[in-house]
Design a protein around this ligand. Structure first.
Ligand code: ZN
Length: 140
C-alpha cells in the first residue's frame, strides 16, 4: 500500500526523466544533425534533407554519434548516392572529414561496442540537452 502511494507522488517527475523511444530519439537527433550541417554535404542542396549514418544505425553505439552522421539530400545523395558508395566515395569523404584516427576509432566501435539501445538513447538525450538546453522537453 505504501509503495503505491509513493509511485503516485513521483509519477510526474518520473515521466519527465523517462528515456525517449528509439523513434523519438531518431527524430530529434536527425533534426539536430540537419540543423548542424544546414545543407546536403554532397551536393549542397537545402531541400529534402535527411540524416545519413555512415556505419549502420543498427549499431546502437553509433546511432546517435555525431561523427558517424552527416546531412544528405534524401534521394540523389542518400538513397541513390552515397548509401551505395560506403566503400568508395562516402568512405573517402568520411576519412577526409574525421581524419584517419577518428575514422578508425569509429570503425573499432562499430565492430566491438556492446552499447545497448537504451544507453545510446540516454546518450542522445544528454547530447541534445547540451546542444539545446532550452527545448521544452528538458524544461523543469
Ligand atoms: Zn545532395
Amino acid at each position: 500500500m505504501k509503495k503505491k502511494k509513493k509511485i503516485k507522488h513521483k509519477s510526474i517527475s518520473t515521466l519527465k526523466k523517462k528515456a525517449w523511444s528509439s523513434s523519438k530519439a531518431d527524430i530529434e537527433f536527425s533534426k539536430w544533425i540537419r540543423a548542424r550541417d544546414g545543407r546536403c554535404l554532397r551536393c549542397g542542396t537545402t531541400a529534402q534533407l535527411t540524416n545519413s549514418h555512415f556505419w549502420s544505425r543498427n549499431k546502437s553505439a553509433l546511432r546517435y554519434e555525431p561523427d558517424n552522421c552527416i546531412t544528405l539530400c534524401a534521394w540523389k545523395c542518400h538513397i541513390y548516392g552515397w548509401e551505395k558508395e560506403k566503400q568508395g566515395a562516402y568512405r573517402d569523404f568520411m576519412i577526409q572529414r574525421l581524419g584517419q584516427e577518428r575514422y578508425d576509432e569509429l570503425q573499432k566501435i562499430y565492430y566491438q561496442s556492446n552499447t545497448t539501445r537504451l544507453e545510446a538513447i540516454k546518450g542522445c538525450m544528454k547530447l541534445l540537452k547540451c546542444a539545446y538546453p532550452t527545448l521544452h522537453y528538458f524544461k523543469k
